[in-house]
Design a protein around this ligand. Sequence first.
Ligand code: SF4
Ligand code: SF4
Length: 492
Amino acid sequence: MSALFPFHGGLKTVRHKTESNQTPIQPTILPPRLTVPLRQHIGAIAKPLVQPGDRVLKGQMIGQPDGYISAAIHAPTSGIVSAVDPQPVPHPSGLSDLCVTIDSDGEDRWIERQPVDYRQLHPSELRNAIRDAGVVGLGGAGFPSAVKLNPGNRSERLDTLILNGAECEPWISCDDRLMRERAAEIVAGLQIMAYLLGPQEVLIGIEDDKPEAIAAMSAVCARTGYKVRPIPTRYPSGSVKQLVKLLTGKETPVEGLPTDVGVQCFNVATAYTVHRAVSCGEPVISRIVTVTGQVNQPGNFETLIGTPFAALIAQCGGYREGVERLILGGPMMGFSLHSDEAPVTKAANCLLAAGPAELPLEQPVLPCIRCGACMDICPADLLPQQLYWYARAKEFDQARNYHLFSCIECGCCSTVCPSHIPLVQYYRYAKNEIWAQEKEKQRAEQARQRHQARMERLEREKQEREAKLRQKAPAKAEPAATATTTRRGSET
Ligand code: SF4
Ligand code: SF4
């Protein structure tokens, strides 16, 4: 067994996995109405391809990728489009975004699916097929996978392809169940990824609290040369930079990407969808969602994208008493939903119905005592208390100098802080402010460029007019000269 390279800090958390991982993945339910957001990924929102009244089939593309970093969106079932308009989406802001609403016809009728043998396709055709199937990172990031599967001019430097089955956040067990039950399909997707990226080695990282998943993946990988690596159960081992460090010993540069050190990383559920997209011709129209906490029958559910969370809760037998918040994602990195009417999206891995037992006790926030506990625990090797001071004082340049953007918002620092300071909230606030300032700068720069272009155009037009006038001036004198010539001509 090869060595592991522990990362700095991290937490031993209470796992709460057994509440949901003891039963097989439950089959899909078909709600009467599905609301499908056109933005479920990092990058440009997909362009709607349908309008109200259109009939659609299951798997039909209803949103076209708009640009290189974008992703396609598909109808999760057959039916009639009843609206293309802004609807509430799962987002910390509770804001709405453009969605396609489909009233199901109950037939769940597929488009004609066209599976392909990936070895027969040129890599660019294969990436296009993956892009058109709407495959994005299902670990929560939502980055379009076709972009990450394009080695560009980096092909010679890609040493390692990592498949992330760590699933380190408490309560979530959808990847665990997927690996236990569908290991062959995950590895089939991984083979397609390896075909496109040509890595020297393929590693699969799984936390050692998932022995069944490790066994299932190891059994399938025995034929492939891919190495399954059990890793210690320590949050946040599934965070990309920490997993890269753990498995390869390589440090991803501050504000850099794993590809900078010759590594690319995908979630196990993403590999599964790559297989379904290519080898079965099925775009991403569903995902496995863990529903847990204060619900009557917690578990994992194959769920159509666009299903209201309320329908999922009903599938679990409804809420138990005392639910105070619905958390999407998990208690460490997730966020509270404003309503259970919001729809399931590609990134929605877990719905935690949280009561008092699942929520940390509200404690009064006290001044920072500079104890350094946050620094000791920070897996990104940052100085969280300094970031806090700068964020609080709105000294955003300083926060940036202290690598604010390397903060993965894991919440370890807030968890151990004896003064109960909501540190991550300060970092999110500072990041949002910096992004807003940058957007403002960009807008001002664009306005400046537009103004400059206008002034240049006006100047050009003025010069063209003057040139024309200059051309015309001798032309005005021309008739006299002509007349003279004519007279002379007539004289001769
Ligand atoms: S853990 Fe809390 S109190 Fe201690 S240094 Fe960090 S921010 Fe300050
Ligand atoms: S939230 Fe950010 S600063 Fe706090 S421990 Fe995690 S990475 Fe470090």
